[in-house]
Design a protein around this ligand. Sequence first.
Ligand code: GLA
Length: 421
Amino acid sequence: MIDPEALARAFEAAVGRSPRLYRAPGRVNLIGEHTDYNDGFVMPIALDRDTWVAAAPRADRRLVVRSREFGATVNIDLEDGLSPDVVAQPFRAAPAADGRPEGLRYERPPTDVTCASPARPWTRYVQGIAATLGKTRRLIGADLMIASDVPIGAGLSSSAALEVACGFALLDLAGVPIDLDQLAHAAQRAEHEFAGTRCGIMDQTIACRGRADAALWLDTRSLERRWLPLSPGVRVVVCNTMVRHELASGEYNARRADCEAGVAVLAGQRPNVRALRDVTLADLDAASGRLSERVSRRCRHVITENARVGEAAEALEKGDVHRVGALMNESHDSLRRDYEVSCTELDTMVAIARSLAGVHGARMTGGGFGGCVVALVDRAAAPSVVREIARKYKSATGTTPDVWPTGAGAGVGAWPVGASA
Ligand code: GLA
């Protein structure tokens, strides 16, 4: 847990002013994987783990961003530091007499001050959201200090939490009215242009819109939303395989390209097809001769996954958690077999979870190639299920996983300094 008051004190010690505080959550997706960039349906919950930003305005046009996790500071010039091309260039602040860039005070040596760079992936998200928002709004310079307990590279959308928390902070400091749909789209664009992942809109939407005790059913085409209460009889358990997936954006983009290749063929057959969302299994069968076997399997996953989200939403509304669990199991099998985004550790974690009494279903969650499994577990069984999953995964792989029952948390917001956490 991040202690917001401790973050505020650390900010004051480093910057010499009092901050405002903001937070945005990570997410875990219950079902609806790799559907959001196909105009399909998803069902995430906001985690009860957050990225926090302490922030205060500066008199100049710079963002000076400190990361508590990485012990690093990055300078972003709002005037000329905001094109993706400058990401790898050194920061060009005029040095003061003692060799330090003017106006900065360091809690660490000056070598920690660097430009946003591919070697420090978190910096690209901050730069990306500032650049994207700054195109249409007048942002002001700011000191930011970031702290997070959303695991990084674990498929829990730490990057969306970072973009959304920083974006919200920058808009609020500048006194710009905040539209959450626009903020989500700006964060998605930052991810496309600055991190190179052609992601959908799920992660940024739930980071903006999350609600306590409810899953979000989202139509990623119309952005229509419905809130589905989580049954009090179950807990959502997150199981981190500890396999980081950060090198997987090439595979992610390749899956998206496969889907687009499928759409190009299917639209030739039925012109009203704009995305896989518009395609049925019968359409896919009819086109089978014109699609490669691989593209056909990718399309089948998306089409069947969209149907599963619809069924899961109905089941959740009726409190039929057993059915939701069965659909989660089917989802994993489809992601493993047809979409090929699972890995040995995810399959091992899923098999362990499914073998335990009290588990309704388990599947990989997020982009895949590592990261986390999500399991739906009877509330009474949750403590022993958490213990057993950790023990069995450690004995199967030699790695100690991070396994915890998560509540559904709230979306992005400001946090009153002085309120108790
Ligand atoms: C990542 C992306 C999302 C979504 C998932 C897979 O988390 O950021 O947009 O595509 O993968 O469902």
